[in-house]
Design a protein around this ligand. Structure first.
Ligand code: DC
Length: 209
């Protein structure tokens, strides 16, 4: 049997990481934060003065780095868990994520990661239900009001969150969009536990049928 996948997409601050993390813990599955991967590659480019607009140089960087997301986000052995959430990275990451050559490298790593997990993986990002795992056991699209999403993202602020959403949904390479067969959940005003429960119900229905 191929590894089970719960794929979660949605805009910044829609609750993907909290829900995915809690789901993975509840099921005893692995968790993969793919946004952290794009962020770590962006940070590494900034640190080494690689122009994030240089598609070839960025692809080469994405191909050769050593990258982990658990238990901490590391790149080339350096812990970058905190550094990847800075304003500098928030601004530059959309350019890196719009590079189709970088995406190819990240997608390959994401599929390899999931294939190596014994039970299953909860994966969250922007193209997980549409491109990376279109045959996932359960596909979820999370939304929430911009006000609530900006509140969850704290210091980043509504303008930056809205700018990133716009870049992520209008880019040419694997834009954020809702898969036709995704379970669409608005998390505004809902607790993580409540959303997790609904996704687990959906998983039960899918795996029993
Ligand atoms: O989820 P996040 O805010 O940490 O993601 C950071 C950026 O990475 C986001 O603006 C879009 C991009 N991203 C992507 O293009 N595809 C993914 N699968 C995950 C994130």
């Amino acid at each position: 049997m191929s590894a089970r996948i719960i794929a979660i997409d949605g805009p910044a601050g829609s609750g993907k990481s909290s829900v995915a993390r809690a789901l993975a813990a509840a099921l005893g599955w692995s968790f993969l934060d793919t946004g952290a991967m794009y962020r770590a590659v962006t940070l590494e480019a900034l640190r080494h003065d690689i122009d994030v607009h240089d598609e070839g140089a960025m692809a080469e960087l994405a191909r050769r780095v050593t990258l982990t997301t658990l238990p901490r986000v590391t790149i080339n052995g350096r812990d970058v868990e905190d550094e990847i959430r800075t304003d500098e990275v928030n601004v530059a990451v959309s350019t890196v994520a719009a590079n189709p050559l970088v995406r190819t490298q990240m997608v390959r790593r994401q599929r390899d990661f999931a294939a190596a997990q014994p039970l299953g993986t909860v994966v969250e990002g922007r193209d997980i239900t549409t491109v990376v795992f279109p045959n996932a056991t359960v596909k979820v699209f999370l939304t929430a009001s911009l006000e609530e999403r900006a509140r969850r993202r704290g210091e980043e602020g509504a303008a930056s969150v809205a700018r990133r959403d716009d870049a992520d949904t209008t880019r040419h390479a694997s834009p954020l969009r809702q898969a036709d067969d995704a379970l669409v959940l608005d998390t505004t005003g809902r607790s993580v536990e409540d959303v997790v429960e609904e996704v687990i119900e959906c998983l039960k229905l899918k795996t029993l049928s």
